[in-house]
Design a protein around this ligand. Structure first.
Ligand SMILES: NC(=O)c1ccc[n+]([C@@H]2O[C@H](COP(=O)([O-])OP(=O)(O)OC[C@H]3O[C@@H](n4cnc5c(N)ncnc54)[C@H](O)[C@@H]3O)[C@@H](O)[C@H]2O)c1
Length: 388
């Protein structure tokens, strides 16, 4: 499906325009294929396949290693292979290299070149693009690093070279762990300050006026997306091999994972005010995507909220202008196919989970049902408004 779409000049990703894909296809600059034998025609290969966790929350490198196994027999001499998937230090040099060498009969750093350069995409962001986001590059040898830096510099303004693939892999993990830990911190403060009747959002905005030494992170209903909730645990797993513990990562994971339960407790209190129970109440969740104004709902906390409410016996609908129907996901396959409904006030409670622009500006002022806002984003508040 993706191959036909690209070759037909159509984008299947919201943040890439079909015009730009069509232009490149028409000019002969872009072609998609699943035929690995065409690897023999190229000078560089960038591997950007998924790196999820398995059911035991251990790294699942099968996508990376299976891809390497498939392409190795076709590797031309002198080719550059760069891994971009997020992973633990050592993957490129100790695991990917071995599969490529065994499958091709060639030696990395001698017959072909090997590097690691993490993806730094942030879909939906308008103040940065692939061109303007600096690219970190580490090579298996100095020549590998030079070649990779040269390749990326064709389209990216700033290339930052590091001394090895391991350092580049560790850099990406630091970036994601930094976010996970800081989000956990504001999530914890949200619960503590709420008990003290202090608005954490007002506090964060005030702290953000400090021109140095502070960076604003915003609390929410839990962590979403396929990076921040997952990547830190790649390091946790690898650290065990060195008999080291990643306490910050574990604690942040624990706090962030507990956030949906906090939201459910606020929903329970809001319904209780009406003399109603969670069981039997009709609830509308606003936002399925894991963050504002995108259509990506991988690892979205909205699914966790939906699941918990259904388990407690609520009738649950959702609205999301970017997600017309729930896609099939590994964890929530039983919800697949459920369709987005219109927003109205026939529900007992509306639970805002994602801060899409549309919800920020939606006029709830006439709504008589309970409204729980996990993002503190509703401008036109209803009569019965709860922060969670
Ligand atoms: N998407 C982002 O914003 C982002 C940002 C930073 C880092 N990353 C990292 O990049 C990697 C890929 O993430 P993604 O969001 O692009 O994942 P994705 O699930 O969208 O998959 C990327 C592509 O890999 C293809 N694919 C899956 N299995 C394959 C296989 N066995 N052989 C060949 N192709 C295969 C998929 O069809 C898809 O087109 C992950 O390690 C992720 O952590 C992603």
């Amino acid at each position: 499906m993706k191959v036909e779409s690209i070759n037909g000049g159509k984008s299947y990703l919201k943040h890439f325009s079909s015009e730009s894909i069509a232009k490149q296809v028409n000019e002969g600059l872009l072609v998609a294929t699943t035929d690995y034998s065409r690897i023999s025609e190229v000078e560089a290969i960038l591997i950007c396949v998924p790196t999820p966790l398995n059911e035991y929350r251990e790294p699942d490198l099968s996508f990376v290693l299976d891809t390497a196994e498939s392409l190795a027999p076709y590797l031309p001499k002198g080719v550059l292979v760069t891994l971009e998937s997020t992973t633990y230090p050592g993957t490129t040099e100790d695991e990917l290299r071995i599969v490529l060498e065994e499958g091709s009969g060639m030696k990395a750093g001698v017959d072909f070149h090997l590097a690691y350069s993490p993806e730094r995409e942030d879909p939906g962001r308008e103040d940065a693009s692939v061109k303007t986001i600096p690219k970190v590059v580490g090579g298996y040898t100095q020549e590998c690093c030079d070649l990779a830096a040269n390749l990326y510099s064709q389209g990216i303004d700033v290339i930052h070279r590091v001394s090895s693939c391991r350092v580049a892999e560790a850099t990406k993990l630091l970036e994601n762990i930094f976010r996970s830990v800081n989000i956990a911190l504001v999530n914890e403060l949200k619960v503590v300050y709420e008990a003290m009747n202090i608005d954490v959002h007002e506090v964060i905005s005030a702290a953000a006026t400090k021109p140095f030494g502070f960076m604003a992170f915003r609390p929410g209903p839990g962590l979403g997306g396929h990076c921040i909730p997952i990547d830190p645990f790649y390091l946790t797993w690898k650290a065990r091999e060195f008999e080291k513990h990643t306490r910050f990562i574990e604690l942040a994971g624990e706090i962030n994972t507990a956030m949906p339960d906090y939201v459910i407790s606020v929903v329970t209190d809001a319904l209780n005010d009406l003399g109603k129970a969670v069981k039997g109440s009709r609830i509308l969740i606003l936002g399925l995507a894991y963050k504002a104004n995108v259509d990506d709902c991988r690892e979205s906390p909205s699914f966790v909220l939906m699941k918990k409410l259904l388990e407690k016996g609520s009738e649950v609908d959702y609205n999301d202008p970017f997600v017309p129907a729930i896609p099939d996901t590994r964890e929530f396959s039983d919800l697949a196919g459920k369709k987005s409904v219109v927003i109205d006030q026939t529900y007992d409670l509306i639970l805002l989970s994602t801060d899409h622009e549309e919800y920020r500006n939606f006029d709830f002022s006439d709504f008589s049902c309970q409204v729980v806002d996990t993002r503190n984003c509703i401008k036109h508040k209803p009569r019965s408004y709860f922060k969670a």
